[in-house]
Design a protein around this ligand. Structure first.
Ligand code: ATP
Length: 387
């Protein structure tokens, strides 16, 4: 019987302690819930404080630039102005691009960035710097959206799309006249000169190619995708650049790939610009591809030998003499820009000077051997920076 009474005592103790623990846990839960509801829960206020201080910081950063600051859009607003992202303009290495119309009717291109780097403040800093890079030949960034992991840029919409469409046009309606092509070439060079010399910080674009030259309603060229390499994962962007080279051979300057020097400079942009010029000359009649396919001659070499041996660009059917002059001028400047050694290439300001001259005042550069080893001209490059 003493064992039975011990058992019953033990059961009582266990029951009482269980009830005690349940009461204690419930009480703690109710107290925590009350504090939470009152908004005085310390952890919650810490999180809120941090969120508020980041929001205030971003507001302050934008406030410092007054009307020059990029506009901040909410995601729901972007959804509304793009009619729930219904009109896709395309997809590039940085993400999807959709067409939208602001409430005042102004058309915009809304670009979703994927694989972005840095925190919100770093993102806003870069966005401010892109916005401040303002020039008639650079696509205008109007604003951005930053909500959680969503990072979106809002640009002016360019109704004539990219230069690529016109260079390789099959349809004669989409072919641009030589004087228009020439104006576009000069416009791109002006935009590049601004990036290299005119804006607050010397800037290398890294990815000048016809797809990144957009045309407004009057065919004024605007350099696009400027500054994005800094906003998105750099490793990824670098790999994408390499893809770009494979896809559109020669647009990335050879030194960008040189593991030996790893040096890029404003002259790397000049190289890409030269390739764009040559594409404009050769692509207009879709000649480049047929030259390379039929003769296996690298197109810049083909242009070089025609200019030096024949003094003309036959078999182009260039029409009036002034067209031939424009084509020869663009080709000659293009050849100077694609010199293998960055030191032999002109600066972009020099390129603009060359555009001012007559064709007979322009020398044809020495022939280049694209596969020859790259010289170490790192001393010549005062403006260089490392990849
Ligand atoms: N501001 C804009 N106005 C009109 N169309 C645009 C604008 N920005 C981009 N697009 C179009 O959206 C598509 C995707 O552009 P995006 O710049 O993202 O990629 P891309 O330049 O084609 O390729 P990559 O990013 O690899 O250089 C392209 O067809 C481009 O012409």
């Amino acid at each position: 019987s003493s064992r039975a009474s011990k058992h019953s005592k033990l059961r009582t103790i266990v029951a009482v302690s269980t009830v005690g623990i349940i009461v204690l846990v419930t009480t703690c839960f109710i107290i925590a819930l009350k504090i939470h509801r009152s908004g005085r829960f310390p952890l919650q206020s810490l999180v809120r404080k941090d969120y508020n201080s980041r929001r205030d910081k971003i507001k302050e950063m934008l406030g410092n630039y007054g009307s020059l600051a990029p506009k901040r859009y909410t995601f729901s607003h972007l959804k509304k102005i793009t009619k729930s992202f219904s009109e896709k303009l395309g997809e590039g290495s940085y993400g999807m691009v959709y067409k939208g119309a602001l409430l005042n009717g102004h058309h915009v291109a809304v670009k979703f960035l994927r694989d972005t780097t840095g925190n919100g403040e770093e993102f806003v800093n870069e966005v401010i710097s892109i916005r401040r890079t303002s020039h008639v030949n650079i696509v205008t960034l109007l604003g951005f959206c930053l909500e959680g992991s969503k990072r979106v840029l809002v640009y002016d919409y360019m109704p004539n799309g990219s230069l690529e469409k016109f260079i390789y046009a099959e349809n004669s309606k989409e072919t641009l006249e030589w004087d228009k092509l020439y104006e576009i070439a000069v416009g791109i060079a002006r935009g590049l000169e601004y990036l290299h010399r005119g804006c607050n910080t010397r800037t290398i674009h890294f990815d000048i190619k016809p797809q990144n030259i957009l045309l407004d309603q009057d065919f004024v060229p605007k350099i696009a995708d400027f500054g994005l390499a800094k906003l998105c994962n750099p490793k990824e962007s670098y790999l994408l650049l390499m893809d770009g080279m494979r896809g559109t051979i020669g647009f990335i300057a050879p030194e960008v790939f040189s593991r030996r020097f790893g040096i890029v400079s404003t002259k790397s942009d000049v190289y890409s610009f030269g390739m764009v010029l040559l594409e404009m000359v050769g692509g207009r009649k879709n000649l480049r591809e047929s030259v390379e396919r039929e003769s296996e001659v690298y197109f810049p070499d083909w242009v070089h030998s025609h200019l030096t041996q024949l003094g003309s660009l036959q078999p182009f059917d260039l029409g009036p003499a002034e067209h031939e002059e424009i084509a020869k001028k663009m080709a000659t400047i293009g050849l100077w820009c694609v010199q293998i050694s960055p030191a032999s290439r002109p600066t972009i300001s020099k390129v603009l000077e060359m555009f001012e001259r007559n064709i007979d005042q322009l020398e044809i550069p020495p022939k280049q051997f694209i596969y020859s080893p790259i010289q170490d001209d790192s001393d010549d490059e005062r403006n260089e920076s490392r990849v």
